[in-house]
Design a protein around this ligand. Structure first.
Ligand code: IPM
Ligand code: MG
Length: 353
């Protein structure tokens, strides 16, 4: 198992360190894992003038899986778009064709009180958001800003080919098949042609999956339903930008964005695994970041790329135990609760493992 470790910026290195400690425990038990690190994002810009250096991309391509921290920071906000840290993650997704992004939102029983929503609304929540990751308005051409000051125009292009829509919908249907057999496809067909095509194709494909019940929902309604009655969802499948927004929203149902892992897979099951949160410059260097989204991303790697659901379950069980022991990083503590450090949480997971 060859794993590329790309820590990136902000809290990236702090949380990745904890996931690597988990990996080292497994290696100590005889699991054959090889790891190699490379700079990415602002950290790579600082040393190589490029957020996604060729050597980093080559390492990611040669590995079976990538464990990714986070990229970005205020220091890099003024850089031209093609030098910005975000370019690194977008480039990596595109170059490696990691088109299928799985973002689970599950509420750990211990944390039902940490959500800003009432526990009776979120407890037991278990949603999987399947987000298309290499198309849509994120990558569509033409794009840009033209004109003179006073009459400038900004423009982007939302586009999806039939093939792109089909392959992500297949992932959606198959994911639903392995879970509660309900797939909700989210679009904005009342306004956007791209997503009318999306809905038409979903309907065309539905007979191939007679065991899955397909429904459609407009994205604005979905945003509302996610906070009104989130447990109505099993699997949600949607395009890149809607998935970006809805997955942040879904994360807060679980108590903290610091809890949510993700997998981004290519057609062969190779993948990039990263927390859905960002580099959190406001808490960088304080040792208080929640490492659990990163550790749970490692668990997803074992499940989806290495076919070791047993190891994934073991890591998830260890996370649950650490939470059950009462440890809380600041993001998941409720008022008055004592908080612990990134390293304390990592150590508790390893102990439970
Ligand atoms: C995410 C992030 C990225 C995205 C950014 C950092 C480019 O928000 O992974 O959800 O928009 O996809
Ligand atoms: Mg996002």
């Amino acid at each position: 198992m060859k794993i590329a470790l790309l820590a990136g910026d902000g809290i990236g290195p702090e949380i990745l360190r904890e996931a690597v400690r988990v990996l080292e425990v497994l290696r100590g038990e005889g699991l054959k894992v090889e790891t190699e690190e490379a700079p990415i994002g602002g950290a790579a810009y600082d040393v190589a003038g490029d957020p996604l250096p060729a050597a980093t991309l080559a390492l990611a391509k040669a590995a079976d899986a990538v464990l990714f921290g986070a990229v970005g920071g205020p220091k890099y906000d003024a850089l031209p778009r093609d030098k910005r840290p975000e370019k690194a993650i977008l480039g990596l997704r595109k170059e490696c064709d990691f088109f299928a992004n799985l973002r689970p939102a599950t509420v750990f029983p211990e944390l039902a009180g940490a959500s800003t929503l009432k526990p009776e609304v979120v407890s037991g929540l278990d949603i999987m958001i399947v987000r298309e990751l290499t198309g849509d308005i994120y990558f569509g051409e033409p794009r840009g800003i033209t004109g003179e000051k006073g009459s400038r125009m900004g423009f982007n292009t939302m586009r999806y080919t039939e093939a792109e829509i089909r392959r992500i919908l297949h992932i959606g249907f198959r994911t639903a098949r392995q879970r509660g057999k309900r797939l909700c496809s989210v679009d904005k067909m009342n306004v956007l042609e791209t997503t009318q095509l999306w809905r038409d194709i979903a309907d065309e494909m539905a007979p191939e999956y007679p065991d899955v019940s397909l429904s459609h929902m407009l994205v604005d309604n979905c945003a509302m339903q996610l906070v009104r009655n989130p447990r109505q969802f099993d699997v949600v499948v949607t395009g890149n930008i809607f998935g970006d927004i809805l997955s942040d929203e879904a994360s807060m149902l679980t108590g903290s964005i610091g809890m949510l892992p993700s997998a981004s897979l290519d057609a062969d099951g190779k993948g990039l695994y990263e927390p859905i949160h960002g580099s959190a410059p406001d808490i960088t260097g304080k040792g208080i970041a929640n490492p659990l989204a990163q550790i749970l991303s490692l668990a997803m790697m074992f499940k989806y790329t290495f076919g070791r659901a047993d190891i994934a379950a073991r890591i998830e069980g260890a996370v649950r135990k650490a939470l059950a022991s009462g440890l809380r990083t600041a993001d998941i503590a409720v008022a008055g609760e004592k908080t612990c450090s990134t390293a304390d949480m990592g150590a508790a997971v390893i102990k439970a493992l």
